[in-house]
Ligand binder design. Structure first.
Ligand SMILES: *Cc1c(COP(=O)(O)O)cnc(C)c1O
Length: 372
């Protein structure tokens, strides 16, 4: 495949050729490279070799609270704190092999991921960030010293422009739903479904923004299904923030394509893409798997974050949406009691400033004992 030909004449994003998967890996996945045969690149060394292989575990308290059998896929444990590392690793590996520098357009996890994983390699990473990027996120990206270009314009404009500039300047832009990113992020679902065997979950629930990750998970499901390894396809249950929910809106209106919307402020900034490049692909994934899309308010997201904290999990608001979405999917009849649901916790909360500090008084040493 030549890059950056990522959009087919039909206007939809291009995938690497689908390959039916006919055999599960022999061992439990240690990293995403357990699935190297299903990837367009060979296994790298160093930090890149350690991406994926994230924990999947049954969550007893949450299962009881929601009357479901809930499994958590902890993508926040990737080196840069989100699932984006899987797509970044694939793109960076490709760039190293081809002698191309890499780049991305992002104000958050994708930029942090690309900068983190490129640091150890021989190639340069360029990050195009919007001019209104908050300083704390910029400093997280900067610590790995990528080339940072602060640019005016919408995400959609930068996304389109990056491919044009990349083509003439030998920079491989690995944006949200590019074929290499989708190929790498597919391993999230391959791991999850391999680990849960012999159970096939009734549903996989994840937040959606550009639609790139949904596209990747759907591709994994299709390839396993085509290879005879999945008796049924898990429903894809997607969650957006109400303030910016073009995919949920199209779903509710029974449309097959998305209409760009305006981005209102939301605490779930990682999923606030008003013009998702793979939004229509996400709708097709939902349709094919008998899934659903919903959107949840910022206050529901804040409550969901708290619920997760009570289970020892700190995730960013975008990730917590999956907990807030459960009640809605239940009401809509998309999930029912005892269903097995895998929740993808996409990104860590340990990097996000928290506004819930409580007053903790300073004690004299000799008064510790009284407080225990
Ligand atoms: C990028 C991101 C998403 C959304 O993924 P898309 O592929 O853009 O749909 C969700 N959660 C977190 C934490 C992210 O960084």
């Amino acid at each position: 495949m030549t890059f950056p030909e990522r959009i087919c004449s039909c206007g939809e994003p291009v995938w690497f050729q689908e390959q039916p998967i006919e055999e599960w890996p022999a061992d439990s996945p240690q990293s995403m490279w357990q699935f190297t045969e299903q990837l367009p690149v060979s296994k790298p060394s160093g930090l890149l070799s350690q991406i994926g292989g994230t924990p999947l575990y049954a969550a007893p308290n949450l299962s009881e609270e929601y009357g479901l059998s809930i499994f958590i896929k902890l993508e926040s444990l990737n080196p840069s704190g989100s699932f984006k590392d899987r797509g970044s690793a694939t793109g960076i590996r490709y760039g190293v092999n081809e002698g191309k520098d890499v780049g991305t357009v992002s104000h958050g996890n994708m930029a942090i991921s690309m900068a983190t994983l490129a640091a150890e390699t021989s190639i340069n990473c360029t990050v195009l960030v919007p001019s209104d990027i908050p300083p704390d996120r910029l400093s997280h990206i900067s610590q790995f010293a990528p080339t940072i270009l602060k640019v005016e314009g919408s995400y959609a404009d930068l996304y389109a422009e990056s491919f044009k500039i990349g083509a003439t300047h030998n920079v491989l832009f690995v944006n949200s739903d590019t074929p290499l990113r989708v190929a790498g992020q597919k391993t999230l679902a391959l791991e999850l479904l391999a680990e849960l065997r012999p159970t096939v979950p009734d549903a996989i629930c994840l937040p959606v923004s550009s639609g790139g990750n949904t596209s990747a998970i759907w591709k994994a499901i299709r390839e396993l299904h085509a290879g005879g390894l999945l008796p049924h396809k898990p429903k894809l249950l997607l969650v957006q923030a109400s303030a910016c929910d073009p995919i949920a809106t199209a779903y509710q209106q029974g449309k097959e394509t998305i209409t760009p919307t305006t981005a209102n402020d939301t605490i779930a900034y990682s999923i606030a893409n008003p013009n998702p490049p793979s939004g229509t692909r996400a709708l097709a994934a939902v349709d094919d798997t008998n899934g659903a899309v919903c959107s949840v308010s910022d206050s529901a997201i804040t409550n969901a974050q708290q619920t997760l904290r009570e289970n020892g999990l700190s995730v960013e608001p975008a990730s917590a949406t999956v907990i807030a979405g459960l009640a809605k999917f239940k009401t809509a009849g998309k999930i029912s009691r005892e269903d097995t649901i895998a929740l993808v916790l996409t990104g860590t909360g340990l990097r996000t400033p928290i506004n819930t500090q409580q007053e903790i008084p300073t004690l004299a040493i000799d008064s510790i004992a009284e407080r225990l």
